[in-house]
Design a protein around this ligand. Structure first.
Ligand code: ZN
Length: 240
């Protein structure tokens, strides 16, 4: 089967054929997950309810977080969340997009309360993919997640960064190669006015070492951001 046809099939099939619950197989599933399984996920220890990793002192020695003011995480990167995110990101299993979005939106509604003051100048942004990855996947999952955050707190979503094409990606590389990609992201020159004097919420799908988010926070503070808060779907806690 040709590649384009396979891609088309993956996108269209779930629309034509509503799927049963992806966890238990129950047919009563909106968005591919039944209400009971949704409850189970939110009652499991994987759900962190936007706990702030900055308040866990011992993490400062194993993660890069010094330029981030808060790191709010919704879930541990554990099954089934880990399976859905990796299938969605790396194998383009579109079936999981609605599952991930449903859970994310519910988590935000339930527990994301950042206590914004009315006079705070807030901007939401996300970790950009480069154009090549956008083309391969057809979307940027962090952008989609950031839209939900922007809707939840009623503040604008701005595309503050661009990513240089051809700079090595983080997965599967050693620490040395990861450090070498420090310059992979740049602030968009036309966005500088949306950074200075602002409180910035930076949305990403997975945090592991904290390096990428911490580096982006550094770039934002160089441009005058007052605070930078990471809002992350899942924490790949390496001690788990
Ligand atoms: Zn179910």
């Amino acid at each position: 089967m040709s590649d384009w046809f396979e891609k088309l099939r993956k996108r269209v099939y779930p629309i034509l054929m509503p799927s049963p619950c992806t966890l238990c197989g129950d047919a009563e599933a909106d968005d591919a997950l039944c209400p009971i399984c949704i409850e189970d996920i939110f009652n499991s220890p994987s759900y962190l309810a936007f706990a702030d990793l900055k308040e866990v002192p011992k993490l400062a020695s194993v993660m890069e977080m010094d330029t981030l003011d808060h790191i709010y995480v919704a879930f541990n990167y554990q099954w089934p969340i880990s399976k859905w995110i990796s299938a969605y990101k790396y194998q383009q299993v579109m079936h999981y997009e609605s599952v991930l979005n449903t859970i994310w939106q519910r988590a935000l509604t339930k527990d994301f309360d950042v206590g914004l003051k009315s006079d705070e100048q807030v901007v939401i942004t996300y970790v950009a993919s480069d154009w090549l990855r956008l083309w391969q996947r057809g979307f940027n999952q962090s952008y989609i997640m950031a839209q939900f955050v922007a809707d939840k707190i009623g503040k604008p979503l701005n595309d503050l960064f661009y990513r240089q094409v051809g700079v090595a990606h983080q997965s599967g590389q050693g620490a040395k190669a990861r450090r070498a990609k420090h310059n992979a992201y740049q602030v968009r020159a036309e966005q500088v006015a949306n950074i200075e004097g602002k409180h910035i919420y930076l949305v990403d799908d997975v945090i592991t070492t904290g390096q990428t988010l911490n580096q982006l926070a550094y770039l934002l503070k160089q441009q005058g951001a007052i605070t930078v808060t990471a809002v992350v779907y899942a924490w790949a806690n390496e001690s788990l």
